[in-house]
Design a protein around this ligand. Structure first.
Ligand code: NAD
Ligand code: DAU
Length: 355
């Protein structure tokens, strides 16, 4: 068991699922969560574990060198799992500056703080940098991303994540920092911010609003249930070899339009029909495409399965049903999130206000 685990971005979607997972599975004696609480960070995501004596929340920015260095000195973490990032592609198109700051400068700040704190005593230390399959660019009809696929990021978001991956890898090669990099496909599940496809569609479909599908709706993503991602990260933390990259994926390719249709059908079943009696698929609207929209992502997760023994456990059918049911049960969480600045952002993206 680790003595102290430092998590960054633990109040976001995957981070909060991971913090809960880490506490439930006793990964560490102490867990420190450093999060700036941007629009995407929500303390409510961890309300159920906030009073756990092993858990400590620190509000702060990963680009703040003094704060980050001070935290390393004070807490002496054996391991860091680094989630904190600006994570939404559409936002990166509208305003890339924050992505450069947090994803590149912030990651660099953490790497340097770890190097200063750990020095040459790195045998028992781990820096797990959580990254994305988007760094590999866009696939055609065939093929899958392996750890050897050349980087070809195409959005400001993926370019900033690619840069952070290179800085992390360079810290291993140049200084011997015990860095592990994971590149994961699209996650779904509880606590995802409703700017991303699944929660946005669930919320709109539930309330009888239009369902915006970009382009022809045939873009493909490889979906992984967030709990499976958390298990993969634990596996890499415990068994991964420093300096290595591990691709993580759901082996589950879905076209966007099929996902939207499945969510509509599930909601018709679980929440009852719309007041008009029309099926929720009648709300689907094909809208202007995302600029530079990557066509297809697919992960080849052979390496992590073969070398570390991880594979996903949740079928898409089961994961999607669980996710839709979670949002139905947590409408209070959803509405509180929608209360904030997300409304203005939503209006600038879709030209309408959320009611
Ligand atoms: P998210 O946007 O839901 O959460 C990001 C968290 O980081 C928030 O709590 C936010 O407050 C915090 N944060 C942002 N800037 C910060 C800063 N400067 N200092 C401190 N904290 C800051 O993101 P997510 O979807 O949970 O993604 C987490 C990580 O996983 C990201 O690095 C992302 O690139 C990666 N990833 C995400 C997916 C996915 O499908 N969501 C897939 C693969 C990889
Ligand atoms: O692949 C991993 C990446 O997955 C992560 O690195 C990112 O942090 C995460 O946001 C996600 O990126 P995507 O761009 O794939 O996710 P998003 O939910 O924004 O979109 C999924 C697909 O749905 C994509 O093809 C765009 C489309 N889409 C999205 C929205 C928000 C729509 O058709 N309509 C929408 O309103």
């Amino acid at each position: 068991m680790l003595k102290t685990l430092l998590v960054t971005g633990g109040c976001g979607f995957i981070g909060s699922n991971f913090v809960r997972f880490a506490l439930n599975h006793h990964l560490a004696e102490n867990l420190v969560n450093l999060d700036k609480l941007t629009y995407a960070g929500n303390l409510a995501n961890l309300a159920d574990v906030a009073s756990d004596p092993r858990y400590r929340f620190v509000k702060g920015d990963i680009t703040d060198t003094a704060l980050v260095r001070g935290l390393f000195e004070e807490t002496q973490p054996d391991a860091i799992v680094h989630f904190a990032a600006e994570s939404h592609v559409d936002r990166s198109i509208v305003g890339p500056g924050d992505f450069v700051q947090t994803n590149i400068v912030g990651t660099f700040t953490l790497l340097e703080a770890a190097r200063a704190a750990w020095g040459k005593e790195t045998a028992q230390r781990r820096f797990l940098h959580v990254s994305t399959d988007e760094v590999y660019g866009s696939l055609g009809e065939t093929g899958r991303f392996t750890e050897e696929t050349a980087y070809a990021p195409r959005s400001p978001y993926s370019a900033s994540k690619a840069a952070s991956d290179h800085l992390a890898a360079a810290s291993f090669h140049t200084y011997g920092l015990p860095v592990l990099i994971t590149n994961c496909s699209n996650n779904y599940g509880p606590f995802q911010f409703p700017e991303k496809l699944m929660p946005l569609i669930i919320n709109n479909a539930l309330h009888g609003k239009d369902l915006p599908v970009y382009g022809d709706g045939r873009n493909v993503r490889d979906w992984l249930y967030v709990e499976d991602h958390c298990r993969a990260l634990r596996t890499v933390l415990e068994k991964g070899i420093p300096g290595q990259t591990y691709n993580i994926g759901g082996n589950n390719e879905q076209a966007n339009i099929d996902i939207v249709t499945s969510i509509c059908n599930l909601l018709d079943e679980l929440a009852g029909p719309l007041p008009s009696g029309a099926p929720r698929t009648s709300l689907i609207r094909f809208v202007t495409d995302r600029p530079g929209h990557d066509r297809r992502y697919a992960i080849d997760a052979t390496k992590i399965r073969r070398e570390l023994g991880w594979e996903p456990q949740t079928t898409f059918r089961e994961g999607l049903r669980r996710t839709v049911a979670w949002y139905l049960k947590h409408d209070g969480w959803l509405q509180a999130v929608l209360d904030g600045s997300y409304r203005d952002y939503y209006q600038s993206m879709y030209g309408e206000r959320l009611s």
